[in-house]
Design a protein around this ligand. Structure first.
Ligand code: BGC
Length: 459
């Protein structure tokens, strides 16, 4: 690929020179194993908890309930300990997020050239979805390996973890992180290597300047509490909370259970999860292509409409057709529910899934980036935990109403996006304050308190 001075999509923001080098691609692939590991963990537990062998061994009460013909359709799996099996992982991740927030999305945003930052960052989400799909496929096959299939499913989770561990030995530190720690020349070398061009002076100067300013902030968490940091912080937290209240993980964790609830047998339910998993992966690819073209806002708003429609339709079908103790849905109705779930997953996968991670990784100024991102990650983990722990009980108590509950949240997040979410497509990471927050009708008022903030000059 020839070196180029690129002007970003909107044409308003100057870009730095740089190519998409093999080195950047290798870093992306290795870093993305983090996504694969996360995705596998998300996808594996729902399938395992729907396997009879596993239930007999660890949750015999749920197994007996499941066999009972007169058991309430919506309540077969309502068991706090069963939910804890899935949710406990996110409690651990919540704690880890405060020390390990420089994880994958932030790393990707720092090494990516701005014009493809969105697409590169979304490769993380793509790997999450591939991880979920692989988990769905493995569950589909191991569910017929009696009685230890579930052990294979859980054991394989170690593979992406090992790859990430080995990969992190090869991976470079970002120029920003090196310069931040005064390894100036090393930072310049790495920047030249990852950009693949000789002239990296403008970008280098911009990073050095940003680091100098960041150094003046002694306590990033305190700085994060200042009014000037509120816009990216509120946006980051809201995006993560909203992402979870779309109801995505009700589907990702519990799709096999949900599909059994509407009347599929074991295998058909697991196969349906494989189908939603495939839709998830392919729709994320659409996002990689569109996010730096159509922009973040358009995708988020379009998906709100799509997800709203599918939740309302699923809610209506269940309300009318799935009674508590009577028969399940007909084959046709149950298949239609799967189609609606696919429509929902499709919308999420090209919008709130990837962009929920992308925006928090690109909107904080350097001095609060890591601390701010930690809040985003921990909000995600906290609300992932909440959904994992509560969904099966909510399904039991609210029945079809749970889908209207998620639909209500989608309306709220659509209004929030429309009025409060600025477009960040093509804006260099270190120019967000001037190019985004200061220009926004609402958030600009927070920028008046300028005394402490580090104003990174746009080169
Ligand atoms: C979310 C996960 C979700 C996944 C689905 C991610 O962006 O953070 O909670 O399971 O998307 O693909």
């Amino acid at each position: 690929m020839a070196p180029a001075v690129v002007v970003s999509g909107s044409g308003e923001h100057p870009e730095f020179e740089g190519r998409i080098t093999v080195y950047v691609i290798v870093c992306v692939i290795i870093a993305a194993f983090g996504g694969l590991m996360f995705g596998y963990d998300i996808g594996i537990s729902g399938g395992v908890t729907s396997m009879d062998d596993f239930l007999k061994e660890f949750f015999p009460a749920v197994y007996r309930k499941k066999q009972h013909v007169l058991e309430n359709n919506y309540c077969k799996y309502d068991n706090q300990f069963l939910q804890l099996f899935t949710s406990s992982l996110y409690l651990a991740a919540l704690i880890a997020s405060f020390v390990a927030s420089k994880a994958v999305p932030l790393f990707l945003s720092e090494i990516a050239p701005a014009r493809i930052r969105g697409a590169l960052n979304i490769s993380f989400q793509l790997f999450i979805t591939i991880g979920i799909l692989v988990a769905n496929l493995i569950n589909y096959f191991t569910s017929n390996v009696h009685p230890h299939g579930w052990r294979i499913s859980l054991g394989i989770a170690g593979v992406p973890a090992l790859m990430l561990c080995l990969g992190s030995i090869l991976i470079c530190e970002t120029p920003t992180s090196l310069i931040e720690r005064n390894k100036i020349e090393e930072g310049r070398k790495v920047l030249r290597k990852i950009r693949g061009v000789e002239n990296i002076d403008d970008e280098f100067d911009s990073i050095v300047h940003a680091c100098e300013m960041a150094r003046q902030v002694k306590d990033p968490f305190r700085k994060l509490m200042k009014p000037v940091s509120r816009p990216p912080l509120i946006i980051a937290i809201c995006l993560q909370v909203f992402q979870q209240f779309t109801g995505i993980n009700a589907i990702m964790f519990y799709a096999p259970v949900l599909f059994q609830t509407v009347g599929f047998g074991n295998d058909a339910a697991l196969l349906s999860s494989v189908i939603t998993g495939l839709v998830n992966v392919f729709s994320t690819v659409v996002s990689v292509y569109l996010v730096d073209r159509a922009g973040r806002r358009f995708l988020l708003l379009e998906a709100c409409v799509q997800m709203l429609i599918s939740h309302v339709i699923i809610g209506i079908i269940l309300l009318k057709e799935l009674k508590t103790t009577a028969d399940n849905l007909t084959k046709g109705e149950a298949t239609f529910v799967v189609v609606m779930v696919c429509l929902f997953v499709m919308g999420f996968a090209w919008s709130w899934g990837p962009i929920g991670w992308l925006i928090p990784s690109e909107t904080f100024p350097l001095e609060t980036r890591s601390a701010g991102f930690a809040f985003a990650v921990s909000s995600n983990m906290l609300f992932t935990f909440v959904i994992a722990q509560a969904f099966l009980s909510m399904l039991c108590h609210m029945q079809a109403g749970i889908f209207f509950f998620f639909a209500g949240w989608i309306v709220i997040m659509g209004v929030f996006t429309w009025f409060l979410l600025p477009e960040t497509k093509g804006v260099p990471v270190d120019s967000m304050v001037d190019k985004v927050w200061k220009q926004h009708w609402f958030w600009c008022s927070f920028m008046a308190d300028d005394d402490l903030r580090t104003d990174v000059k746009v080169v």
